[in-house]
Design a protein around this ligand. Structure first.
Ligand code: 6PG
Length: 252
């Protein structure tokens, strides 16, 4: 079944954050109603911090009961958890600590591992175990948050190096052309099995790549990692602010 696409454009960053937090709580409630739990993968980078702080704000703290949520990470830089570039570190400061999330609810990617390939294999096993997925099938997470870089990468899947969807790996090791080089990342196979994928993109610097991904003009545009996110039986939501959406032509 083709994915259901929604492109939502917020007038301000405040509106964007409230819309994102409301969507996360709504999706979480639906997941808990249907399965008794919420399997939720966080995005990396800097954009999600505004969402995390909104979820932890007084306006949202009683909007959702986080006690049946298991938190995963879409990717991690290969640094210790207390490193300023750690995706886990950002989530801990802005979400887990303010919401008093129990460590047993957090499935952290071990960026500090001496052997990233081994860490990727271990995380894949944790992903299967926590989502109670048999070895022969893909884990299906309820919600995966994703950001997008100006080159069209998402999670830590970079142009030109993205393992193809038919790669059976759940988690892999990649090299980033910028910043912390070695990364752990879930693969497109996991992303495209999610019930909901929510892209969080803000800022005028992202407008050109948003245009390329959402209104592709070339085969290269269509092959970008972010353009390869097409949930097979799920919803794909792009939540943009107006500056990031400024180059889109179709009225929304
Ligand atoms: C990472 C992310 C990456 C990020 C984009 C956008 O670990 O860097 O997973 O995919 O989401 O690079 O980053 P910003 O939100 O900082 O623009």
């Amino acid at each position: 079944m083709p994915p259901v696409w929604d492109i939502l454009i917020a007038r301000t960053l405040e509106e964007w954050a409230v819309e994102a937090a409301t969507s996360v709580c709504d999706i979480g409630r639906q997941a808990v109603q249907s399965s008794g739990r919420f399997l939720f993968a966080l995005a990396g980078g800097t954009t999600p911090e505004r969402l995390y702080r909104t979820l932890a704000s007084p306006a949202f703290t009683d909007r959702f009961d986080w006690s049946t949520t298991t938190f995963f990470f879409g990717d991690e830089r290969c640094v210790p958890p207390d490193h300023p570039d750690s995706n886990y570190g950002l989530a801990r400061r802005s979400l887990f600590t303010p919401l008093a999330i129990a460590p047993t609810q957090i499935c952290r990617m071990p960026g500090e591992a001496a052997d990233p390939e081994n860490a990727a294999r271990d995380y894949a096993q944790q992903l299967r175990a926590a989502s109670r997925t048999p070895a022969s099938t893909w884990p299906r997470l309820d919600l995966i948050l994703l950001g997008m870089g100006e080159d069209g990468h998402t999670a830590s899947l970079f142009p030109g190096t993205t393992p193809s969807q038919n790669n059976r790996q759940l988690v892999t090791v990649t090299q980033s052309p910028k910043g912390i080089a070695t990364r752990l990342t879930i693969t497109l196979g996991v992303i495209n099995q999610a019930s909901v994928v929510l892209f969080l993109v803000t800022g005028s610097q992202k407008a050109p790549i948003v245009k390329r991904v959402l209104e592709p003009a070339t085969e290269a545009d269509r092959r970008l990692p972010s353009a390869s996110v097409k949930p097979e039986n799920g919803r794909l939501i792009w939540l943009l602010d107006q500056p990031a959406a400024a180059m889109l032509t179709a009225r929304r």
